[in-house]
Structure formats: C-alpha cells, structure tokens
Design a protein around this ligand. Structure first.
Ligand SMILES: O=c1ccn([C@@H]2O[C@H](COP(=O)(O)O)[C@@H](O)[C@H]2O)c(=O)[nH]1
Length: 234
C-alpha cells in the first residue's frame, strides 16, 4: 500500500473502548503519525473502529499478531486487508507455511495490499525468559532466525526491538521493514517492556517505524509528547 505519511511514529491506541480511542485520535494528527489498533481495542470495538480511524485519515497498523493454522491466518489477513489497514502482522513462529499462506491471501490486492509483518520476539521478553518457552539459543539469534524465515516467506518486515535493528538490516537488507515497539524517551518508565531503546537511538540503529504507546497516550499533552519525539529524531 502506498503511504502518505513520512513520520516513522506509530501511536499505540491501547484503550478499553472506541470512545476513548477516538478521543485520543482526535488529539493526534494523521500527518504526524500513524495509529495502531491492538488486541484490547479490537476485541472491544471491532472492525467498525478500524474503519472509523481509516475514515479520519489515519494509516492503521492492525496489530493482532495472528498465529494459527495457515488457512485460518490467511483468512484473517485477507479480512484485515478488506478493512483498508496499512499494516497487519502474524507471529513468525507460526512458520514458513503459515506466513506464505498469509502473503498469498493478500497478493491479489496488488499494490493496495497492506504491509505484512512478522513478530519475532516480543519486546517485553528479557533474554533470560526465552528458555522458559523452550528456546535455548541466545535472543539475538532467535530474532535473526525468525526474521530470515519471515523474509524468505515473502513478508515485508518484522517486529523486533530496536536493539536488534542493526543486525537485521545487515541480514535482511535495507528494504526489509523493521517495526520497533519498546520505544522510551530518556527517563520514561519502561513499564512491562524489557528491551527498550530511545527514539533517536532506534532510528540511528536502523529501525524504520517506532511504535509508541504510553509515553504519548499517558502524557498530559499527547500531541506535545509526539512532537517532542519527532523533534528528537529530526
Ligand atoms: O514485541 C512487541 C509487539 C507489540 N507491542 C505492542 O506495542 C505497543 C507498545 O506500547 P507501549 O505503551 O509503548 O509499551 C503495545 O500496544 C504492545 O501490544 C510491543 O510492545 N512489543
């Protein structure tokens, strides 16, 4: 999908309902950021809210991290594309067959299709937590392996921490999009994130998109917090 927005910032609208999400969107500016709809908001407010945001001029990242059998994920990604979203994602750990099915499902849309992104290792995961889910190799190796699998399966990029961005750019190439949550301006609370990076360091390290939630949505003036981040990365 051709994009109209030059800003790398994607604001995470993690809200309980459509009213709260739209109240926040109204304080933002579609020329200065994109917005992300995740599992909490989509479960509460559904496709109508996504279409409302698209109608208000926002490019929407539908962050539902699909992870299921190939046929189910293909159908879910197709349904997301029909909502007019700019980006949608699946878990890369769902495997090559699943990711290829997702890509094939949106291929008929040509350049109107959304970007299809694979989640590697969540930014809330600390390196020492990987063994508890059965992963014994070091975290950077796990991220690289999943990113490479995503690229070979036809995906447009991955979600990763900006800490891994430099290595992934070398491994997967400049055109492979790196979408990085866990962004925290200097001094901001990490919250439940474990692999955080400042906006400036993230872009310098090779990140293409910065996903920012609470540091913007929890600020006294969200638009000022967004503008401060944009100033930092100018
Ligand atoms: O690895 C991941 C994948 C997705 N997220 C999502 O990004 C935002 C981050 O919000 P903050 O308030 O800035 O922490 C949130 O919606 C997550 O679901 C992620 O953090 N890490």
């Amino acid at each position: 999908m051709h994009s109209q927005v030059s800003s790398p910032v994607i604001v995470a609208l993690d809200y309980k309902n459509a009213d709260q999400a739209l109240a926040m969107a109204d304080q933002l500016d579609p020329a200065l950021c994109r917005v992300k709809v995740g599992k909490e908001l989509f479960t509460a407010a559904g496709p109508a809210l996504v279409q409302e945001l698209v109608g208000r001029g926002f490019e929407v990242f539908l962050d539902l991290k699909f992870h299921d059998i190939p046929n189910t994920v293909a159908g879910a990604v197709r349904a997301a594309a029909e909502l007019g979203v700019w980006m949608v994602n699946v878990h890369a750990s769902g495997g090559a067959r699943m990711m290829r099915a997702a890509r094939e499902a949106i291929e008929p849309l040509g350049d109107k299709r959304p970007l299809l992104i694979g989640v590697t290792v969540l930014t809330s995961t600390a390196p020492e937590e990987l063994p508890e889910v059965g992963v014994s190799r070091p975290l950077p190796e796990q991220v690289s392996a999943l990113a490479q699998l995503a690229r070979e399966s036809g995906l447009d990029g991955v979600v990763c921490s900006a800490r891994e961005a430099g290595a992934l750019k070398k491994l997967c190439g400049e055109d492979f999009a790196l979408v990085t949550p866990g962004i925290r301006p200097k001094g901001a609370a990490a919250d439940d994130q474990r692999r955080i990076v400042t906006p400036r360091e993230a872009l310098a390290g090779g990140a293409d998109y910065l996903v920012v939630g609470r540091p913007i949505t929890g600020a006294e003036s969200p638009i000022d917090a967004l503008k401060a981040i944009l100033k930092e990365i100018q």
